[in-house]
Structures are given as C-alpha cells and as structure tokens.
Write a protein that binds this ligand. Structure first.
Ligand SMILES: [Zn+2]
Ligand SMILES: [Zn+2]
Length: 254
C-alpha cells in the first residue's frame, strides 16, 4: 500500500508538521489538514473518498478548498466519511453559510458537492480495493482511527489519541505486515498536558507500542513542532526496533 504523508509547511514541507493528511494509493485520503492545499485540482479530483478522524482544525482545515477543487458535476461526488458527531460539527461550524457555503443544502439536484457518509464504529467500508474499519480512539472529541488493508498489508491510522486498547486488539487479526501511524504530540515533561488533551508523550507512546502485535512498524507522527527535537530524542531513547520519526512530506510503501 502506498501511503503519502502530505506536507503541511509551504516553505519546508519535509521538515515540519502543522496539519495532518494522508493519501493512500493516490485515491483515498485520511484527514484533510492540507489535502486541498497540495497539487492541482485535477490531482485532487482523483481522490473520491476522504475519511475524517475528528473535527479538530489541524485535521479538517483544507476540506472546504479540497471539495471546491475536486468538484466535477460529470462524475460521482466525493464521499466524506466521518463519525456522525464529526459530520454534525462540520455542518454546524464550517458548512454553515458563514465560514463556508452550506455545501449540503446548496448542492444542485442530483449533483451534490459531496456525499456525507456517517460511519459506524467497526463496520468496514470497502473503497478503491481497500477495506477501511473505523475504530474508536481516546481523544477529547469523538475520534475514529482507521484500520486499512488491501489484503496484503495493514496500516492503522491512529488519529489523535491518548492510551487505547481496541485498535491494537483488532489489528492482531489483520494481514501482516502491519504498520501504524502513531501520534506523539508532547515531550514527557508535559505528561500532564498530554493527559488532559488526550495525546501521547514518548513514555506513553512506548506503552502503546507494547500492546501491538509483534513486528509492527511504527511511524511517529503529529510531533508538535515547538517540541519536535525533544520529542524525537525521547522517542529514539525508547530503542524501538522498527521506528521511523516522520518529518513532513514523504511517501511510504507499507
Ligand atoms: Zn485532535
Ligand atoms: Zn491533531
């Protein structure tokens, strides 16, 4: 499975992470932090499915621009998959006629700007040769991680989350090799802040990795840039055998 982590800093896309978006096989997106700010409208229009993990701004900020760019009345609309609570938040706060036009009610008859799909936890969705399973994560707003397989490998997108269990338990039954994009937002010194905001630090990151199936490849993401060097140093000190610390724009074969 080809997974591209989309860069989010225009002047240093490989080095900084400000917002989250992933592209699977150029066709399916997980989150839309910078999806709509990257590439041409034609390239964006190749993406017909966007799975949102949660409503926080660093995960949805480019969604309105993306939907604008990808809209083509001649082809089936983009489907935006999200938890019902996330969809409700988007409708209330973004697509409300004030921040952005109400794409749902302004859609021309038969030619919607996008199709909202309210996902149900642990009910698989089949798109573009992938099986995508939404799994509840532990964050301060309703959040779904996504367990994705093409039958030959499995990639877990852990979203923003504090300590959790279910995602790693479900991953045990998925095809290997298995990889996880796992957040690590704050350094260990800020464990208190990580607790109240439901994020991980390197120490709790190590505890999560220990719950995963053996030989899982780990890609650390979502390092808050202000603390990046310290978080990276603490992560390396864990001595995990298969850990990559992502910086920004990069493509992985997983
Ligand atoms: Zn968040
Ligand atoms: Zn985030």
């Amino acid at each position: 499975m080809k997974v591209r982590l989309i860069g989010s800093s225009p002047d240093a896309p490989r080095d900084r992470h400000y917002a989250s978006s992933y592209l699977i096989n150029d066709r399916v997106a997980i989150d839309a932090g910078t999806l709509g700010f990257s590439g041409t409208p034609e390239e964006q229009a190749e993406v017909r499915h966007v799975f949102l993990t949660h409503s926080h701004m660093d995960h949805i900020s480019s969604l309105p621009v993306f939907l604008e760019n990808a809209y083509d009345p001649e082809v089936p609309a983009v489907t935006v998959h999200a938890l019902p609570e996330t969809m409700e938040t988007l409708q209330r706060h973004i697509f409300n006629g004030e921040i952005w036009p109400d794409f749902i009610h302004l859609s021309p008859p038969g030619r919607p700007f996008f199709l909202p799909n309210r996902v149900r936890l642990e009910e698989p969705i089949e798109v573009e040769g992938l099986r995508v399973v939404p799994v509840a994560m532990n964050h301060i707003v309703p959040t779904a991680g996504y367990l994705v397989t093409d039958g030959r490998s499995t990639v877990a997108f852990g979203a923003d989350s504090g300590p959790t269990e279910r995602m790693w338990a479900l991953m045990m039954d998925m095809p290997a090799p298995r990889s996880v994009f796992l957040e690590c937002t704050f350094p260990d010194e800020l464990t208190g802040l990580a607790g109240i905001s439901a994020h991980l630090t390197p120490e709790s990151f190590g505890v999560e990795v220990a719950k995963m199936p053996p030989e899982t490849s780990i890609l650390a993401v979502h390092l808050k840039h202000r603390f990046r060097d310290r978080v990276a140093e603490e992560l390396r000190a864990l001595g995990l055998p298969d850990l990559r610390i992502t910086g920004g724009e990069a493509t992985y074969e997983l």
